[in-house]
Design a binder for this molecule. Structure first.
Ligand code: NDP
Length: 295
């Protein structure tokens, strides 16, 4: 049994936002304009609306200009492509996101492909994914970037460690596996990427110095799958209905209560990876403003 430490996503996100706010204040003091982040949302998906509201609030808190285009559910693919083209050409917009999921009649990949790579602060454009894979400067999608920042700022050594990533989605598992396997600072892990067809998952997890879980199954990773002293990063988020006053509680993909005693460090849910998402997006927006990736 270990004296585990929590990896405090809320505190780290706050620290990152404070640093961004200081840089924005310096820009304004020197007579420059603030970075401008735009979100486009189509339809009335509840989770998307609250995520976009969070982005708007936190953008303003760090001193960014924040705009949201709220488009009706019936918006056509052609109309959305026109909006994307407008934003690509607006010199006062540094970066923007088109909130996913989109209504079924719109081809998401077609929209993502139309976003100018230099404004693609979600990092979903094939150009940014390709650059990331080659180890070239790129926008890194918010969740994997958040995980990297959590590891870095918690002083977790990655070089030479065995990192097991469970889940291979394009937005979490695959990019974090690529990033941690690169020959780069705060990377250089030996990475094993697992998925639903993986055999002997438990045995593989038991060899992980760093275990990153993004599978979308509540409390799936149990204590018998954890090596003593491992670092565990839980990306999952699930709302579990209960008889409490609130009516629900939030859990991750890891059985936190039983797993935590075997870890050296572990992210809580909520307050771990999820708390980092918007801070990562703000980080990317400041990079876009400073043209750090594309001239
Ligand atoms: P996806 O559903 O896109 O991918 C799930 C992955 O897990 C797939 O690769 C799948 O394998 C794999 N998988 C499913 N079941 C098993 C299993 N029994 N054993 C091994 N692998 C399995 O999920 P996402 O990556 O989008 O999200 C994962 C979780 O993270 C969700 O709970 C989501 O809500 C949460 N999330 C949280 C974020 C945050 O900010 N904290 C952001 C994004 C997601 P296969 O490829 O073979 O189907």
């Amino acid at each position: 049994m270990n004296n585990y430490e929590l990896i405090d996503g809320k505190a780290i996100a706050k620290e990152i936002k404070r640093e961004i706010a200081m840089q924005v204040a310096e820009l304004i003091d020197s007579g420059k304009r603030s970075p401008h982040l735009v979100a486009v949302i189509v339809g009335e998906d509840g989770a998307s609306l609250s995520y976009v509201a969070g982005k708007e609030k936190q953008s303003r808190e760090v001193g960014f200009i924040s705009s949201v285009y709220r488009l009706p559910e019936e918006t056509t693919e052609k109309e959305l492509l026109e909006m994307v083209s407008f934003l690509n050409n607006d010199i006062e917009v540094d970066g923007y996101i088109v909130q996913l999921p989109l209504p079924k009649h719109i081809n998401e990949q077609k929209i993502l492909n139309a976003i100018a790579p230099h404004k693609d602060i979600d990092g979903f454009h094939p150009m940014n994914i390709g650059r990331m894979t080659l180890g070239l400067p790129s926008y890194i999608p918010a969740t994997p970037l958040g995980i990297k920042l959590l590891l870095e700022r918690s002083g977790i050594e990655t070089q030479g460690k065995h990192c097991v990533v469970v889940g291979r989605s394009n937005i979490v598992g695959t990019p974090i596996a690529i990033l941690l396997s690169r020959n780069a600072k705060n990377a250089n892990c030996t990475v094993t990427l697992c998925h639903s067809k993986t055999e002997n998952l438990k045995d593989i997890c038991l060899t992980a110095d760093i275990l990153i879980v993004a599978i979308g199954r509540p409390a799936f990773i149990t204590a018998d799958m954890i090596k003593e002293g491992a670092v565990v990063v839980d990306v999952g988020i699930h709302r579990i209905e209960d008889g409490s006053e609130k009516g629900y509680h939030i859990v991750g993909d890891v059985d936190f209560e039983n797993v935590k005693h075997k870890c050296s460090k572990i992210t809580p849910v909520p307050g771990g990876v999820g708390a980092m998402t918007i801070a990562s997006l703000l980080h990317n927006t400041l990079m876009a403003y400073r043209k750090e990736i594309y001239e």
